[in-house]
Design a binder for this molecule. Structure first.
Ligand SMILES: Nc1ncnc2c1ncn2[C@@H]1O[C@H](COP(=O)(O)OP(=O)(O)OP(=O)(O)O)[C@@H](O)[C@H]1O
Ligand SMILES: [Mg+2]
Length: 252
């Protein structure tokens, strides 16, 4: 049997989401969801459309805080903190649909986090990422710093969105369906980027509908159905339960 998720929660020194309940007005979306991200890991969250994946991301980032439950980041309670405070603590968001600024240049898009976080007080962590480091990591966008973001391909926009998140020097990167709408070869590149970021000490909470990508890169996988975790385990544990995966994700 896949573990219930309790065992990884105990090891979740970086992010621990404990029994959260999140609403949009009267609409009750996350109905007691718990998950954990240990340092230096990629944790994937799978689920069909409308199951609450983005709502979980929004809950962690402070955009739609839960009404009940706890979210701790490195042991610190973050529920109720403003999104910029949560960003300052070391959580960066790569939003669904990329959300780059189309009329700004690639360079301007990359500089947004540093200008937004400037003067808000040091976090006391190593400032590893700079424009030149991001360009070294993503040479395709480095060649296009002066161009407007709207002229980039979907894959390049995704690299830009990830590069922008890195500019805030996060410990934890929340990625919401980064593979959406990308060609298989670009999805492979994305997987390689995530593994490289993990080897550099970043942790990733990856929301995906691309089961193959999640199984390939994640250390641990949660599946959610209508706002609750319905199964969880390592990719090997879940692959050994194809019936469960079929039931919760509608795949063969
Ligand atoms: N701003 C909002 N106001 C009201 N209801 C919302 C809002 N955003 C999302 N919902 C509803 O909350 C539920 C969960 O939505 P959510 O965006 O978290 O799903 P998701 O798993 O990310 O789906 P997808 O894979 O399509 O991105 C859905 O029923 C959705 O209609
Ligand atoms: Mg979503």
């Amino acid at each position: 049997m896949p573990r219930s998720g309790k065992s990884i929660l105990a090891a979740a020194d970086l992010l621990a989401v404990d029994d959260i309940h999140t609403y949009y007005g009267d609409s009750y979306v996350l109905q007691g969801l718990s998950l954990g991200v240990p340092s230096g890991t990629i944790v994937a969250l799978l689920g069909r459309n409308g199951m609450g994946k983005t709502t979980l991301i929004r809950s962690v980032a402070g955009l739609t805080p839960p009404r009940r439950g706890r979210i701790t980041f490195r042991g610190r309670d973050v529920v109720g903190l403003a999104p910029y405070r949560i960003a300052q603590l070391g959580i960066a968001l790569v939003p669904q649909g990329r959300r780059t600024f189309p009329s700004l240049t690639v360079r301007e898009n990359l500089q947004i986090p540093q200008s937004a976080l400037a003067g808000l007080g040091a976090r006391g962590r190593v400032e590893r990422w700079s424009l030149s480091e991001v360009v070294r990591e993503f040479p395709q966008i480095g060649d296009r710093l002066g161009q407007r973001a709207r002229n980039l391909s979907g894959g390049e926009q995704q690299m830009l969105a990830i590069g922008r998140a890195l500019m805030a020097n996060p410990d934890l990167i929340l990625m919401d369906e980064p593979s959406e709408g990308l060609a298989p070869v670009i999805v492979q590149q994305l997987g390689a980027i995530m593994r490289r970021l993990r080897s550099q000490g970043h942790s990733i909470l990856l929301v995906e509908q691309n089961v193959g990508l999640a199984m390939e890169v994640a250390d641990y996988v949660y599946v959610i159905t209508t706002g609750r975790v319905t199964c969880a385990g390592t990719p090997a544990e879940l692959e050994a339960q194809p019936d469960l995966m079929a039931r919760h994700l509608g795949i063969e």
